[in-house]
Design a protein around this ligand. Structure first.
Ligand code: ZN
Length: 251
């Protein structure tokens, strides 16, 4: 059965004309999960499925380049004439409902008509059909999670946004595909508020976790995805690819 990842966007911190921010579509057999909803990803999602087909939405953290299109999706699904059979379960970090659907959000419909809200905690895990999801807390400036998805013996791990961390290495152990951010050119860019990894640090985590393949994502425009991928590949020494919008990878 199919187990695949489609890149809906990999840009940060803003979308370019042909590049959406962070988002992925995970397909495992008949199960479909939208992972991260950065700017532009609801648009790209519609190239691959009807949004009403989603079984769940999962959000790594509440920075806008990973979560903004929750609002876009709400507008589409609440007012756009889609025939939604039941509210879509959304698994997000603590506070996502208040941030996007609090009393000043100004929506005309009730959020729960469209989304069934759930919050992620450190030990969160969940099963949708035969797809198993679990998380770890990663190192970012606000509560942020890495995701492990397992289906028929194959494993995908997604870093979300993070500085290098042991928790993510453990989560990624033996993964067939490790999708890791490589935002920074140099570790010196790191501050207590801005926490990301370099291509070499992404490669170091991939190596330590013994993953089979590395996908480089969430690269700053100033660094460039091709340069970041080449640097990560040299440091990792194994198969390394770039996350490109609307490309699908079998896991
Ligand atoms: Zn972030």
């Amino acid at each position: 059965m199919t187990f695949s990842l489609t890149v809906l966007g990999a840009a940060t911190p803003y979308p370019a004309p042909d590049a959406a921010c962070s988002g992925y579509l995970l397909r495992a057999g008949a199960t479909k999960v939208w992972v991260d909803a950065g700017f532009g990803t609801f648009q790209n999602l519609q190239r691959h499925l009807e949004p009403t087909e989603l079984d769940a939405i999962w959000i790594s953290h509440l920075h806008l380049d990973h979560s903004h299109d929750l609002q876009t999706a709400f507008y589409g699904l609440a007012y756009g004439g889609f025939a939604l059979k039941a509210p879509i379960p959304v698994y997000g970090p603590p506070g996502w409902v208040a941030k996007y659907f609090g009393e000043h959000a100004g929506h005309f419909s009730d959020m729960t008509d469209v989304f069934e809200p759930h919050e992620i905690a450190e030990d969160w895990s969940h099963r949708i059909g035969d797809l198993r999801l679990s998380v770890c807390r990663v190192r970012h400036s606000q509560p942020a999670y890495g995701l492990r998805a397992e289906y028929e013996g194959r494993v995908l791990v997604y870093s979300g946004d993070t500085a290098p961390c042991e928790e993510l290495v453990r989560l990624a152990a033996g993964a067939d595909l490790f999708v890791c951010e490589a935002d920074f050119d140099s570790p010196e860019q790191r501050t207590h508020l801005i926490l990301h990894s370099t291509p070499e640090e992404a490669a170091g985590m991939a190596q330590a976790a013994g993953v089979k393949k590395l996908m480089v994502t969430h690269v700053a425009y100033s660094l460039g995805a091709d340069v970041a991928t080449a640097r990560a590949a040299a440091a990792f020494g194994g198969p390394t690819v770039t996350a490109r919008d609307n490309e699908t990878h079998e896991i």
